[in-house]
Design a protein around this ligand. Structure first.
Ligand SMILES: NC(=O)c1ccc[n+]([C@@H]2O[C@H](COP(=O)([O-])OP(=O)(O)OC[C@H]3O[C@@H](n4cnc5c(N)ncnc54)[C@H](O)[C@@H]3O)[C@@H](O)[C@H]2O)c1
Length: 362
């Protein structure tokens, strides 16, 4: 796909195409994205829309955005030159915002998770197909150096057949005290859909994106919905509206026999936060953090630590990937279809928790 034919250089000089992007939502992650986009050559942040004037003011002051809107639909109808839109609103708005931007003829980067559930996600994937535009999901951990390294080892057959993957996205006490992360009706769930999704996606990428068949899981709420005086990283969350889980555990069975477990929490009685993925195969295995590979060599078990892990800023890699995909320079490695598969696993874990049984993933 090509970017809009707008130019930044004088007629006599080399012609450079500007890549123009607008934002729906100008909150925390949106401003993080803006910071990275400012580092990418020939990208212009043209406009932003948010219902909060405070958020827009911060974005204008920090990133000098020429035009801002209280209504994202007005932005889409007036900013006809935009090549792409980044959707950075709460999960419950991802589907509506993304479909509207695709129907306005824009490529879309939507922050993770794809949506509140797979039904909404399917609408977004269908809209991208109809529009012939790119839909990229804002997953960054697949671009991290350990994920790339372990993925390559697995694809090269270094670990043999993979049997089991253990994912952990565990905070001891980390309920966000901003945004609407505690409200199921606006987010779809708690730590499983908010942070577990990152770990699940990165693991799924590392093992070659197999097809999920079934899910089983459980969720528990025991602290976030009460007033707490315990000192924590982000005190003062809105416990009165908190109706998501504090902790969730899920297990996914894939069509190639791999089993994956995912543990995610905003609250867990553990020593300290854990962000990790362990992979176990017949001939070898790996640990994401710290990055180590495990193999047998001769008559010995070996622990291998890479001599050098490239210092990839995976968030920057995610933003560059998006721009280059829209410019037709590389394939979409974080597509709507990929996001939808992840969403179906999340749905499965939540549905299993409600029904108390293993559920099929269609
Ligand atoms: N990739 C990551 O590591 C990462 C990190 C944090 C958040 N996120 C994702 O980004 C999204 C936003 O999270 P956040 O932390 O930036 O939250 P936030 O609350 O800081 O920002 C959300 C913004 O959306 C705005 N908004 C709400 N309704 C709107 C509407 N109808 N039209 C326009 N704007 C509207 C809010 O006013 C707010 O400014 C979530 O989906 C979250 O999962 C991703």
């Amino acid at each position: 796909m090509t970017a809009a034919a707008t130019t930044t250089a004088p007629a006599s000089g080399p012609v450079t195409k500007l890549f123009r992007i607008g934002f729906i939502g100008a909150g925390g992650i949106s401003r993080t994205q803006m910071g990275y986009l400012k580092k990418i050559e020939d990208v212009e942040i043209t406009a932003a829309a948010d219902v909060s004037e405070g958020a827009l003011q911060k974005a204008r002051e920090q990133y000098n955005i020429p035009r801002t809107y209280a209504d994202y639909k007005e932005m889409l109808s007036k900013e006809t030159d935009l090549d792409a839109v980044s959707v950075c609103t709460p999960n419950g708005l991802h589907a509506e915002n993304t479909v509207a931007a695709l129907e306005a003829g824009k490529h879309v980067l939507v922050e993770k998770p794809l949506a509140m559930n797979a039904k909404e996600g399917q609408r977004m994937v269908d809209a991208a197909k109809r529009a012939g535009k790119e839909l990229v999901i804002g997953f960054q951990y697949r671009f991290a150096a350990p994920s790339q390294l372990i993925h390559q080892q697995i694809m090269d057959g270094e670990f043999g057949k993979i049997m089991y993957v253990r994912c952990q996205a565990l905070r001891r006490r980390g309920i966000p005290n901003w945004g609407v992360f505690g409200r199921k009706e606006l987010q779809g769930g708690g730590p499983m859909i908010d942070i577990g999704v990152h770990c699940l996606e990165m693991a799924h990428f590392m093992i070659g994106s197999p097809k999920p068949l079934t899910a089983t899981g459980n969720t528990w709420t025991y602290l976030g919905n009460t007033e707490s005086k315990i000192a924590s990283m982000w005190p003062g969350w809105d416990y009165k509206t908190y109706n998501v889980e504090d902790m969730a555990v899920g297990m996914i069975r894939f069509d190639n026999g791999i089993m994956l477990t995912i543990e995610a929490s905003f609250v867990a009685h553990i020593e300290k936060d854990i962000w990790n993925c362990q992979i176990m195969g017949e001939k070898g295995g790996a640990n994401w953090d710290p990055t180590q590979l495990y193999k047998d060599h001769g008559n010995y078990m070996m622990n291998m630590t890479p001599g050098y892990v490239p210092k990839i800023d995976h968030f920057e890699a995610k933003m560059r990937h998006f721009v280059e995909v829209c410019q037709g320079k590389r394939p979409n490695e974080s597509s709507g279809e990929q996001g939808l598969m992840i969403q179906k696993m999340l749905d499965g874990v939540y549905q299993s928790s409600e029904s108390g049984r293993e559920v099929n993933i269609e």
